[in-house]
Write a protein that binds this ligand. Structure first.
Ligand code: SF4
Ligand code: ZN
Length: 733
């Protein structure tokens, strides 16, 4: 990923702006932090020398189930520690960076040294296997726990991270604080007696509740190494770029420390470790020396959670629109069966459409929902209701290109409501409203309310003002439909002009690194992400929405190899995103350095030597294929973020692209695909595309499917009978 280097000086400048002058520095507090650092370092040193005596310098060190070695060290200095002896110079270095002068800058370095010391102490505990304590204490959280939530943490779906240390004044109060934090959706790391207090009050803790009871004392480092791994995995920042990581933690991982109860020197030193990473510390005990914004006391429990969140700048956007139905992703998969359906819209029985339009400031009344035509009570049960939904959006950063990206979200947002069901898009939409929803008071205007709330909550960077018009008068729907069709056409034409050659930028998508850590999709206008869900426009919009998110721009520059589609810029990024595992990638061939495959590809293309071509199979097709493997067997070989020449996961619509494996012979190579994929592609213009490619509109009939056979012999016989062009192409191997 493109990571601009921030120098130490620049970083300090950003930081120093927020801190008090040297005269105002709290000397006693700093003195305690210094003393605590020295204690922590000495303790680490004692444990390390004991371990060296017992096990020798070659003894392996590390945490279970992580690709990040000792993550604090890996992240901040880049060192991949695997053996005990390697810790000696590291600990020495941390000791020598401790300077006595009582300044804020020094205090943060002490904090850093304390983090290293804690990581070494915990690593020693793992070495002698006295960690973690038994359930529910988690100790070190393995990488899968980071992948499960890390992306949500850095894209703020999980709005922040609370690290709670110590002991509250009573168990009841401990439970109330923790539950309030949970209620706000924050991730929690708890350490020390607060855990026992919560258990006493039956507060639900554990991975499923995103509330990790990590352990005691130095085990709090596992909260830190979790956050730092999230930065390496989802921020795309390579290990060792210390300032970059600090900056990322400060900006993206919105963590704070809530210290309950008394503190000793080592805890103060650890607090400065948090401050070193940009996390403020809030204490429930009076502190005679505060550092504004960084080290503050708030003894009042009644609003301590709010105070912590404000100090960290965590603002919650209410995601629940004001409608009489339950609402949330948990209802997304709900279906409404005919007997439960009050009425439906579309499905060929009444006209429907939906349209998102970019408008200027003068043409939007923010928050307005207008229903033109009868409301719900104007239609009897079982009616076929016409509906047109027009969403007008103004945003300073809105672009016409984002209309289609936002429009597709209508489907998801509508399905979030319990009792509403939505499928397809544009003028093909088909909706159902359940009897229960009507009984609860659902009205058409609630479509507008929910769309306004969701567009604002989910796209704050590009959506400033939203207005929704719902048409339910058949004549009005039909009239507006003409306009909508015109819009769709214009968009499609614009999209057709959008080719790999014509744009200056491609985009990465590293979303799937949560489970395929070396994988990066390269999203080009003519190549959709292999999950099929991220087009070039989606990636472009997503970058606007979240500039540090999974979609980063790649300024193309000149190609190294036009035919195979290799660019130095793409190589650099894939190399960095894959942590050096994939130095080069070709975009237009699957036989030589192809793009990697994560696990969520819609389909797989595989070399089919007997046919001198390729075969394609899809996740939906459960049957055998001519290469002797089903989709799931193939997927096991292809996935995981590796390059597997001859096999590649692709998005379905990539097959329609002019750039579809052009260097390997393109579409003409396609010898076999399941019927289901054929009809999917035909619906999306496959015949036209084949004609354009000079293969003839009937090319699809020359492609074998399961009815022609699934053994190479059967398929080749079919291909020869049909005169499939692949048989006369240059050899594929
Ligand atoms: Fe992103 Fe989809 Fe590729 Fe995953 S498969 S990295 S979500 S484009
Ligand atoms: Zn994926």
């Amino acid at each position: 990923m493109a990571v601009a280097q921030i120098t130490r000086e620049e970083f300090e400048k950003i930081y120093e702006a927020a801190i008090p002058s040297p005269e105002a520095m709290p000397k006693r507090l700093l003195r305690r932090a210094l003393d605590g650092t020295i204690i922590a370092l000495s303790y680490a040193e004692i444990l390390l020398s004991q371990a060296l005596r017992l096990h020798g310098p070659d003894a392996p060190v590390g945490y279970p189930d992580t690709a990040y070695y000792l993550p604090v060290i890996r992240c901040l200095s880049g060192e991949a520690v695997t053996r005990l002896g390697e810790l000696v110079p590291i600990l020495n270095r941390m000791r020598s960076q401790v300077r006595d002068e009582l300044t804020f800058a020094n205090a943060r370095l002490w904090g850093e040294s304390t983090l290293y010391a804690a990581e070494i102490i915990e690593a020693m505990h793992y070495l002698v296997k006295d960690e973690p304590k038994v359930e529910p204490w988690t100790g070190f959280l393995p990488d899968p726990a980071v992948r499960r939530y890390g992306i949500k943490l850095v894209d703020w779906t999980i709005p922040g991270q609370a690290v709670i240390l110590g002991k509250a004044r009573s168990s009841k109060e401990a439970a109330r604080i923790v539950e309030e934090i949970m209620g706000n959706g924050l991730m929690i790391f708890a350490s020390d007696e607060i855990i026992e207090q919560c258990l006493e009050e039956n507060v639900k803790l554990g991975v499923d509740y995103i509330a990790f009871p990590i352990g005691n004392f130095t085990q709090v480092i596992h909260a830190v190494n979790y956050a730092l791994r999230a930065g390496m995995a989802f921020g795309g920042i390579p290990p060792g770029l210390r300032e970059q990581h600090r900056d990322y933690q400060h900006r993206r991982v919105r963590a704070f420390v809530l210290q309950l109860g008394e503190v000793d020197e080592v805890k103060v030193a650890a607090h400065f470790g948090a401050i070193f990473l940009g996390f403020p510390v809030i204490l429930d005990t009076p502190v005679d020396e505060e550092i504004k914004d960084w080290y503050v006391s708030h003894p009042d429990y009644s609003d301590i959670v709010k105070f912590c969140m404000e100090t960290r700048g965590i603002k919650l956007v209410s995601a629940k629109p004001n409608i009489p139905l339950n609402f949330g992703p948990s209802f997304e998969g709900e279906t409404i069966r005919k007997p439960d359906c009050y009425f439906e819209m579309g499905n060929g029985k009444s006209p429907t459409f939906e349209l998102v339009r970019m408008v200027d400031l003068d043409h939007v009344k923010d928050g307005q929902v207008e229903v033109i035509g009868p409301e719900v009570d104007g239609f009897p049960e079982g009616a076929n209701v016409p509906i047109g939904t027009i969403v007008d959006i103004y945003g300073r950063k809105m672009q016409a290109d984002f209309e289609s990206v936002l429009e597709r979200r209508i489907h998801y947002f509508t399905n979030y409501a319990e009792g509403l069901w939505h499928t397809a898009q544009r003028d093909m939409t088909w909706l159902r409203v359940s009897k229960e929803a009507i009984a609860k008071g659902f009205k058409f205007r609630h479509f507008g309310d929910l769309l306004i709330a969701k567009f604002k909550a989910e796209f704050p960077a590009i959506v400033d003002r939203v207005q929704v018009t719902i048409l339910t008068d058949q004549a009005k729907v039909l009239e507006a439909l003409k306009l909508a069709k015109q819009k769709y056409l214009e968009r499609d034409q614009r999209m057709q002009g959008l080719t790999d050659d014509k744009v200056d930028e491609f985009y990465t998508c590293t979303l799937c690194q949560s489970f395929a850590p070396t994988h990066a999709c390269i999203i080009a206008p003519e190549r959709v992400g292999l999950c099929g869900a991220v087009t070039w426009l989606d990636a472009k919009a997503s970058l606007e929405i979240n500039p540090t998110g999974p979609n980063q721009p790649i300024v193309k520059g000149p190609a190294l190899d036009d035919e195979r589609g290799m660019w130095a810029s793409v190589n650099d990024i894939v190399n960095a995103a894959s942590r050096g595992n994939i130095p080069e990638v070709n975009l237009y061939t699957f036989l030589d350095k192809p793009m990697t495959s994560c696990g969520c590809f819609e389909s797989i293309i595989a070399i089919f030597p007997e046919a001198n071509g390729i075969m394609v199979t899809t996740r939906e097709h459960k049957g055998m294929t001519p290469c002797g493997m089903t989709f799931s067997t193939l997927a096991g070989q292809v996935g995981g973020g590796l390059q597997t020449p001859g096999f590649m996961g692709v998005g379905r619509t990539y097959i329609l692209s002019k750039r579809f494996i052009v260097a390997d012979g393109g579409l003409a190579r396609v010898a076999w695909m399941p019927k289901e994929l054929k009809s999917y592609l035909i619906d999306r213009g496959f015949r036209e595309r084949c004609e354009q490619a000079g293969l003839g509109a009937d090319f699809i009939d020359k492609i074998a499917d399961e009815s022609a056979g699934t053994t190479p012999e059967e398929v080749v016989a079919f291909l020869s009978e049909k005169g499939h062009p692949c048989l006369s192409l240059p050899s594929i191997i």
